[in-house]
Ligand binder design. Sequence first.
Ligand code: NAP
Length: 344
Amino acid sequence: MKKYNVAIVGATGAVGSEMLRCVLEFNFPYESIKLLASARSAGKTISQNGIDFVVEELTADSFEGIDVAFWSAGGSISEKYMDAAVKAGCVNIDNSSHFRMDPNVPLVVPEVNSEALRDHKGIIANPNCTTIMMCSAVNRIEEVFGIEKITVSTYQAVSGAGVAAMDELYAQSRDVLDGKEPIAKVLPSGGDKKHYPIAFNCIPQVDVFNLENGYSKEEMKMVNETKKIFGKDIKVNATCVRVPVLRGHSESIHIQTKKPLDMPLVFEVLANSTGVHLYDDLANQIYPMPTAFIGDEMVHVGRVRQDLFSDHGLNMWAVSDQLMKGAAYNSIDIGLKMIEMGIL
Ligand SMILES: NC(=O)c1ccc[n+]([C@@H]2O[C@H](COP(=O)([O-])OP(=O)(O)OC[C@H]3O[C@@H](n4cnc5c(N)ncnc54)[C@H](OP(=O)(O)O)[C@@H]3O)[C@@H](O)[C@H]2O)c1
């Protein structure tokens, strides 16, 4: 089997460190692994699975001899260095939002639209974390019943805004418990004008607002990326909320189907969906919660029930570690899928 020279861009970050773990633990066939970050981290040693890696500074020359790069250093870094990586012949799987809506860049959740990978021109985009988990959860419902519209509310962990937001939740929680005023410097992410405490709070803002329509950028990512991934006009109505959870996003999803629902078939379909784990034991109060799945690559679905007022309406609750399925694992899974398809 071919082995690949791999680079991880943003390797010191919340997503990048999980990418390294995924490359090692999901047996991505590597020859070498190069960890790249800013000049601040150059020379730093990262230990994972008993192996020590030394971080290098990202430059335009970093991609010589690299076969595949997994990116998670933010949109401006992807924008600045991607051209050099593509010219060096490297295949790039990018976690930032920069290339997601580019018509020349496939936007992929492997169990939903892996065929789109065949059209890549050196860059593949990893969708937004909230979008990946929702698309994975509803994929088979779309296949069997057809989806007209999804109304979703998210409950997003602070790690979705990176390491700094995780540190902020810890520090603010300690301050509140010590009777001090919590200091907010990071969240809401994208909101530069004002910051609000997340400890013991909920913030109905993830990323900046589009003042013309009142939706946040995160909400519009769910609207636009879902359409691109399914290649269909599935309507999404989203409200994204940051909650004081360290890791793991949750979503309350209402689906309006084209065909009338058959609930035994719904449970059967969900129980057999790739990448989805169904929880169907309400009598024993069994349902997914974010703290149960840290480091896990699945989308966990529970509280599945029909709309009381419509046989075309389905409610479900989905939970996933967004650093894994929503980012690092989905990226490595794209690479593994490309190897399986013979296109890497
Ligand atoms: N967190 C999530 O749940 C999530 C989910 C899906 C997608 N994403 C996307 O993934 C990306 C990274 O998110 P994150 O949460 O991992 O952020 P993070 O924890 O803040 O990590 C950012 C990474 O980028 C590196 N970086 C920053 N400036 C750089 C520069 N000038 N040159 C090279 N490297 C630089 C940092 O290196 P230093 O340590 O050296 O500064 C660090 O490794 C973002 O585009 C984000 O939108 C995040």
